[in-house]
Every structure is written in C-alpha cells, then in structure tokens.
Design a binder for this molecule. Structure first.
Ligand code: BES
Ligand code: ZN
Ligand code: ZN
Length: 480
C-alpha cells in the first residue's frame, strides 16, 4: 500500500473512498450528512461506520464517516485506531484508493504520522495461508492535510507501521514454517535491506562462550539454536549510552519434558514475539536513525521434549558463571535470556531492555491490557514508562523487592529456574535480574499483550507487535 500526503482541497480528491473522522456531538453538514445526524444514524460514537455513496459536492465515489469518539478523548493515538478501523472496513468493500481527511485542528505532525501508521497496521491481515478467497488490499492511502512537514511525518508513520507488520508477520508464522534458522534468514535479509550489521552466533560459538543455559534449552530440538545480533551505529554518537534490546525467540514452546497440556498449545508459536519485536524495532530504527547506538540480541530456540532434551534436575552453567538447576523445563525463556543478557553486557551495552512472553502469571496479574514492567533502577523504569506512554502501549510497573530473592532457592546450584507457587511473574523477573547485575535494565513481560485472541476494529487477530513502538521511542528520545 502506497502512502502519501494530499494537499488538494478534499472536494477535489478523486478516490474510491474519502474517510472523514466524526467526533461525538459535532454535526457534519457536508456530504449530505446533516439528515443522518438529525435522525441519529450518525452520532460519532467510536468506530461507528457510515458509508455514503455518490456524496454530493466531492469527487470521491464514497464518503466513509467513521466515529472518532468523544472530543476530550481524541488524540493521535485515537486517530491511529480510527484510521486502522476505516481501512479494515474499506478493504472488505473492495475499495483500492482511499484518502483520509484531517481537520485543520489536527494539523500537528503526530496526527499525520498516526493516520498513516494506523492505516498500515489496519491493512495487514494474517491470511497468507488461506486459499480460494480473493485477497483484498488497498493500493493507496492518502492523508489530506494542510500540515507543514506532513511528508516527513507520513514517512515516520509508514516506517513504524511497516516495522510492526514485519514483526506481526514473523510472530503469526506457524512453527513448522518458522524455526530458528528462518528467523535468522529474516533478520539477515532485513539487515541487508536497511543497512544494519548482522552477526549470528551458532551452537559452536555459544559453546565456546559458555552459554550453557541457552544450549540446554536448545538440546531437545533437531533445529539448531542461533543468537542473532543486530547493530545500529549512528554516525556521530551522542554521549556514552549504548542501548541493548534483548528478545525471547522461542519458535515453539512445548514446555519440553515438563510438557504443556495440549489444549491451546498451538498458541505457543508466539513465544518468539519479544524477539520479533526487537527485530522490528531495529528495522524502524535503521531508518529513523536515533543518536545513540542500539544493538539487538535475539536468542532463538525451539523448546522440545525428546531423547536429547534437558531434564528437570539438570544443572547448567550460564555464561555469567552462575549455575542453574532446571526444575521445570517449561521455564525456558529465562534460561535463554540469562545468557543473552550476559552477552549483551559483555558487548558493551550500558542500558538494557528485554521483552519476553515469559509467564502465564503476568496474564493472571494484568490480563491482556497491560505489559508487566520490572526494573532494577528507577531512572530506567521511568524512561521506559514515559516512552510507552508516548507510544500508546500500556504498561504497569511491577515490584522487584530484594527479598523476593528468597523465593529462588536451590539446594544444588546457585539458582533454580523457578520460584514457588506464588508471584510467578516476579520470580521470573527476579531470576533475570541476577544476570542484568548492575546494568540499568527493564524487563517487559508481554505474555498477555503480544497476542490478540479476537480481532479489534483496527487490528487483525494474532500478533500485536508490542512493545516495538516503545522501543523505538525510547531510542529516538534518549537523553543522557
Ligand atoms: N512461554 C511461556 C509463558 C506463556 C504463557 C506465554 C502463556 C504466553 C502465554 C513460558 O515459557 C512458560 O511456560 N512459563 C511457565 C513458567 C512456569 C513453569 C514457572 C508458566 O508461565 O506457566
Ligand atoms: Zn515455557
Ligand atoms: Zn516460553
């Protein structure tokens, strides 16, 4: 879908459909819509859809009035959803060229970006394996606005939207079509296209580095593991910060020997959502060019049972030197992240964020609406919370008091890989904290938020792309 800016007056825009966001309580008099208001058919309620054919006074074949909700609640984040919902509706009506009209009061650059980003997100559908259906896709999406610098803003929206769709497409891939080697191939291709440095550590390299925890998880699968490293370097780095983005890349989580129940196991293909989000963030950053260096580290494995699989009770030695007793092979994410975090620190990262579909317990605690955020430093926590807020990705700070460490006791090794019955999301984060050591670090548990069970008006069912937007904001707005 081509995205552009349109400076013509909206009456003159030739399109299959012209999208007009309508706020509650504001009567639309144009396009013959006054009667629809008076009759109560159009109210402006969020995502309300009214399609007018042959609207009077405009060149477009149709006008789509889309409810934008209460004026007090309307902002760029809301516009992103409105644009997405309009696009999702119109592509089902075989419209190909559409334009969205921004009111003069929404002329700020962030509105232009949000409209384009929302349209790109709304356009994506995980239907590539459905045969027989006619594929619907928009050819073009134009934002009609008088805003200055609208072209640059639209471009930023496109970059962010496409990066999220890249992530979503990876996450939605089934595990037979996306093994660790396939994530590697996707990362390499993306790195070449956007001029990022890409290095991939294989099993031998991991052995030499002593990554016993990552290798322990990988040993049950016929698919070899990989640690993907992507590097973005600014021409003139500002300051000494070097941001490291670490993402869990389990292409399928059966649980291993501590096998999961089969009911719902098909969803465990999204256990690489954290890794895919970090790759997508790098894709966007390579184009948006932040002032600080950013590296991504994505450990990729398949967690399988089998005759070579690690067993409960096995003791592995991590790259940090700490030993871990594997009590439950289904708590594999923290094992692979432990070695990836240590590696990121040794690569010179001064600040770290990891994203992982780490625990079912975070879903119990926060449901599907907010990401669980854990941090070992208040300043780093506040940076990420501010970025999340600006990016419109909801997060919530969770505790990491020192005495939660008492929940992690092993008789035979330095640490067990699970705590007891309670506070499962906290003990998982507490485990990771041991490996972040004194590096300012934030852990994002996205088990509840990386996947949508039912589509929204503005977003297809499946992968959401979280927390990509927050990572991009964090890097772009970094201040010493
Ligand atoms: N990948 C799962 C966590 C998960 C659960 C992600 C639900 C998405 C939805 C993780 O590897 C896991 O299995 N965690 C265990 C930990 C337990 C064994 C301590 C869990 O949450 O049950
Ligand atoms: Zn697991
Ligand atoms: Zn997992």
């Amino acid at each position: 879908m081509k995205t552009t800016v349109e400076h013509q007056p909206i009456e003159q825009i030739a399109a299959d459909a012209l999208i007009i966001p309508v706020l509650e309580g504001r009567k639309e008099e144009r396009f013959g819509a006054a009667d629809l208001f008076d009759s109560g058919e159009v109210t402006g309620k969020i995502f309300e859809l009214t399609l007018i054919h042959h609207p009077p006074g405009v060149a477009a074949a149709r006008v789509l009035l889309i409810g934008a909700g209460k004026p007090a609640e309307f902002d760029a984040a809301q516009l992103r959803k409105v644009a997405g919902a309009a696009v999702r509706h119109l592509k089902s009506k075989s419209c190909q060229n559409v334009a969205l009209a921004l009111e003069p009061e929404w002329a700020a650059a962030n509105f232009v970006s949000a409209a384009v980003e929302g349209a790109v997100l709304g356009q994506y559908e995980p239907d590539q394996y459905k045969t027989g259906n006619e594929k619907t896709a928009l050819e073009s999406f134009r934002v009609a606005t008088g805003a200055a610098d609208a072209e640059d803003a639209a471009e930023r929206g496109r970059i962010l939207g496409e990066a999220q769709n890249f992530t979503r497409a990876l996450v939605n891939e089934p595990a037979n079509r996306l093994v660790p080697a396939d994530i590697v191939a996707a990362a390499r291709q993306m790195a070449t296209e956007f001029h990022l440095e890409c290095e991939v550590l294989d099993r031998e390299h991991m052995k030499a580095l002593g990554m016993g925890a990552l290798l322990g998880v990988a040993q049950g699968s016929a698919e070899p593991p990989a640690l993907i490293v992507l590097r973005y370097r600014p021409e003139k780095p500002a300051g000494a910060a070097h941001l490291g983005l670490v993402g869990k890349g389990v292409t399928f989580d059966t649980g291993g020997i501590s096998i999961k129940p089969s009911d719902g196991m098909e969803k465990m293909k999204y256990d690489m959502a954290g890794g895919a989000a970090m790759l997508g963030a790098m894709r966007a950053l390579a184009q948006l060019k932040p002032a600080i260096p950013v590296s991504a580290f994505v450990p990729c494995v398949e967690n399988m049972p089998g005759s070579r699989a690690q067993r409960p009770g096995d003791i592995v030695t991590t790259m940090s030197g700490k030993t871990v007793e594997v009590i439950n092979t289904d708590a594999e994410g923290r094992l692979i992240l432990a070695d990836a975090i240590t590696y990121a620190r040794r690569q010179g990262c001064t600040h770290l964020v990891d994203a992982a579909t780490l625990t079912g317990a975070i879903v119990v605690a926060l449901g599907h609406l907010r990401v669980g955020l854990f941090a070992n430093q208040d300043a780093m926590r506040d940076r990420v919370l501010a970025a999340a807020d600006a990016a419109g990705e909801r997060m919530w700070p969770m505790p990491l008091d020192a005495d939660y460490k008492d929940y992690l006791k092993s008789a035979f090794a330095d640490l067990p890989n699970v705590g007891g019955r309670w506070g499962g999301a906290v003990t998982a984060a507490m485990f990771l904290k041991e490996f972040a050591e004194d590096t300012p670090w934030v852990h994002l548990d996205i088990a509840g938020t990386a996947w949508l069970d039912d589509s929204k008006p503005f977003l297809a069912k499946g992968a959401t792309g979280l927390p990509l937007r927050t990572m991009v904001r964090l890097a772009m707005e970094w201040k010493e």
